[in-house]
Design a protein around this ligand. Structure first.
Ligand code: CA
Length: 263
């Protein structure tokens, strides 16, 4: 169950959404306008906001930008406008997903769950694994070759963002928007400096990358090291990794955490 806030001006649609989401076990609050939605999102602290774009007082995209200035709450934008440039714009403005009207309650519920799972808001996201690197977003712990890696909160968020998209090049702009909540960009050096710290803690360098690969002028990607070519260990003197990766203590800490559907 999640605490949801539905911002929707159409009373009929709002009622239908509330019933459908409550039937699926969520607690649902509503707001009929942009300003009321903004107020409720900030004061009542929902787990996720479903935000209509076509609102009578303030455009939903504007509401999203104002909300992002003060809150990281996950947002799914719901809109009748099937307009790709606009969808891209709201995603760049910090929406976590979008859904085009008309949509079924099952689809919305699935998207709500996917966003919450991805963001670890329900604490049930499985640890992300890239090669011998494990990023646990629930406990916010990172291990490399079985050894704990001590990261600052920002370094952790940066690594987790990349670990959710292994092998994909992520732009500095996206990182600034998603990790630093600076959708309008900022000093490019911010990202590079944190990447450099992260590299050092992962025992690698930009010249000899293992996991973090900078793609010139485009961005950065996280990939598992190519195990087909012998790897020369990085000259890491600060954090030894004493345990070999093939521990027999097979980790049985991944029980089936799926919870039965309500209703
Ligand atoms: Ca509307």
């Amino acid at each position: 169950m999640a605490h949801l806030l539905v911002v929707e001006d159409d009373p009929q649609l709002r009622g239908a959404l509330v019933r459908a989401l409550r039937d699926r076990g969520h607690a649902v609050a509503t707001a009929p306008s942009g300003m009321a939605g903004l107020d409720a999102a900030v004061t009542s602290g929902p787990d996720l906001v479903v935000l209509d774009l076509g609102l009578p007082d303030v455009d939903g995209a504007q509401v999203l930008r104002m909300l992002r200035a003060v809150s990281d709450v996950p947002v799914i934008v719901a809109t009748a406008r099937d307009d790709e440039p606009e969808m891209v714009a709201v995603l760049e403005d910090g929406a976590d997903d979008y859904i085009v009207k008309p949509f079924g309650a099952a689809q919305l519920d699935a998207r709500v769950k996917a966003v919450l799972r991805r963001l670890g808001a329900t604490g049930t996201e499985e640890p992300l694994r890239v090669g011998a690197l494990t990023v646990d977003t629930a406990s916010r712990e990172v291990t490399l070759d079985g050894a704990a890696v001590d990261l600052t909160p920002r370094e952790f968020d940066l690594l987790a963002h990349l670990a959710r998209r292994p092998g994909q090049v992520v732009s500095r702009r996206e990182l600034l928007a998603e990790v630093w909540q600076q959708p309008l960009g900022g000093a490019d050096k911010t990202v590079d400096v944190h990447l450099s710290w992260l590299r050092r803690k992962l025992g690698e360098t930009a010249q000899r990358p293992r996991y973090l690969h900078t793609v010139r002028t485009v961005g950065v990607k996280l990939t598992a090291p190519d195990t087909t070519t012998p790897h020369r260990p990085a000259p890491d003197t600060t954090t030894p990794h004493p345990t070999p990766p093939d521990t027999t203590a097979a980790d049985a800490s991944a029980p089936d955490t799926t919870t039965p559907e309500h209703g």
